[in-house]
Design a protein around this ligand. Structure first.
Ligand code: 4AD
Ligand code: MG
Length: 431
């Protein structure tokens, strides 16, 4: 008997086949039992008619509980009314493990219970759809940069210094060398890579000891960070908008079923095409003012204010030229107005907030030294980084896109915790 996956059923219409998986759900009406099989690639209704199978098989089908592992055999037929478009006229059932009292039943459960059972919750329809979309986004990210001639470069995770401010560092003892910190961003290493390879990207886990308990923050999240030599802020924004268009359109092309499962309104996603609107920080303040919100120049834009700004547009919006004071030490100042940094953030629509942060980098040694002092950073730790400004320094730019923020937005989730298989947050590091 051929062992087949649900996603391949169309090749087997009319044939008798065997599938393996888990019991997703079951309905019965005396003479007939509908077994919904899931195998990770899809869902299939398997129909056990009392008259068509042995008494033993019918009994076994009657007794299996939710999430039992099973092997079903039967004939595939087209059934437009069934989920996936196929049905199995079942002839046999092999029970690998009969399971009872599976903790996650089709009824409603509280979020803490679900998070405690995350290792099982992953099997639910919605979580499977999210995992598949996350996978698609990761692939789209890699394809996009690979096709553009970028080289993937993996930065270290244990690092000797901060990148994005010292307040969110995870510290760990490091033998006789004192402390090491979990990386907040691979950027500084990506800059070294860009000087070696021209165009690179890093893609991996990054860490922030975020004390805030918001729906937009994880303590461990994945970031992709392209870095390009001989590129200015405009080039950086061009790259970011092309990148976002590619990611969203790729998901729309390949994952309509999953988006349907998530009941995602895709009309808003369809708009994600370049050019994206670009406004300065000053213009963002003006937008807020028209909504009767006074943001003092020099203050950061809050999450709530980001939502108000992004609500003015039908696609993601790029905000650039933020006050230098509130931005990272490595960002280049605008030669036309040194009070602002050549920085940009991309704000997602529908209240999802910042998904990309990037900038043109300070490429002048003396300026960068000044910034390191102003930010009270230990100069020795950055000596290698300063070398990039001593030997063949060039204008260069890059950005970081938060994977979970992107997954959360594209999937239309309420919280980042469902956008990663096993979320790490201030109050949770299990399972
Ligand atoms: O804006 P951030 O802090 O920028 C950087 O780390 C730069 N070094 C990137 C670069 O230029 N190469 O972070 C980039 C993105 C944010 O826009 C957000 O999407 C995500 O990373 N991010 C988080 N995602 C989840 N949880 C958190 N605590 C996050 N902090 C940042
Ligand atoms: Mg940022």
């Amino acid at each position: 008997m051929q062992k087949v996956l649900i996603c391949d059923l169309k090749k087997y219409i009319g044939q008798e086949i065997t599938l393996r998986g888990w019991l997703f759900n079951k309905r019965s009406s005396g003479k007939v039992i509908f077994v919904i099989l899931r195998d990770g690639t899809g869902y299939l209704q398997c129909v056990y008619f009392k008259g068509n199978v042995s008494g033993e098989t019918f009994d076994a089908a009657d007794k299996i509980g939710q999430e039992s592992s099973i092997e079903v055999t039967g004939k595939v037929k087209e059934e437009p009314r069934a989920e996936g478009g196929y049905e199995l006229d079942a002839t046999d059932l092999k029970v690998i493990q009969n399971t009872h009292d599976y903790p996650i039943t089709p009824k409603e459960h509280g979020i803490e219970f679900l998070l405690d059972n995350r290792h099982l919750w992953l099997r639910s329809k919605k979580q499977v759809a999210i995992l598949k979309i996350r996978h698609r986004i990761v692939k789209a990210i890699r394809d996009f940069f690979d096709d553009k001639g970028f080289t993937l470069m993996d930065p270290p995770i244990l690092t000797p210094n901060a990148v994005e401010g010292t307040s969110t560092l995870f510290e760990t003892k490091y033998f006789d060398l004192g402390s090491a910190y979990l990386t907040q961003s691979g950027q500084l290493y990506a800059e070294a890579g860009a000087m070696a390879l021209g165009k690179v990207y890093t893609f991996g886990p990054t860490f922030r000891a975020e004390k805030s308990k918001t729906r937009r923050h994880l303590t461990e999240f994945w970031m992709v960070e392209p870095e390009v030599a001989f590129a200015d802020l405009n080039d950086d924004m061009d790259l970011a908008e092309e990148f976002l268009e590619y990611i969203v359109q790729t998901v729309l092309k390949n994952n309509i079923d999953e988006l349907k499962t998530l009941e995602r309104d895709i009309s808003k996603l369809k708009n994600v095409k370049k050019p994206l609107p670009r406004i300065t920080y000053d213009e963002a303040i003006e937008i807020l003012k028209k909504k009767n919100i006074e943001l003092e120049w020099g203050k950061d834009i809050s999450g709530a204010d980001e939502t108000i700004i992004s609500n003015q547009f039908d696609r993601p919006v790029i905000v650039h030229r933020y006050p230098a004071e509130i931005k990272a030490f490595y960002m280049k100042r605008d030669p036309e107005n040194p009070k602002v940094a050549l920085a940009m953030d991309v704000l997602a629509p529908e209240g999802y907030g910042e998904i990309i942060g990037g900038s043109q980098r300070e490429d002048d040694l003396d300026e960068l030294l000044k910034r390191i002092k102003e930010h009270n950073l230990p100069q020795e730790a950055f000596d290698w980084y300063l070398d990039l400004r001593r030997y063949g320094s060039v204008p260069h730019s890059g950005f970081g896109l938060g994977l979970e923020r992107t997954v959360s937005w594209i999937c239309g989730l309420d919280h980042l915790r469902e956008a990663i298989p096993f979320p790490r947050m201030i109050y949770r590091n299990t399972p």
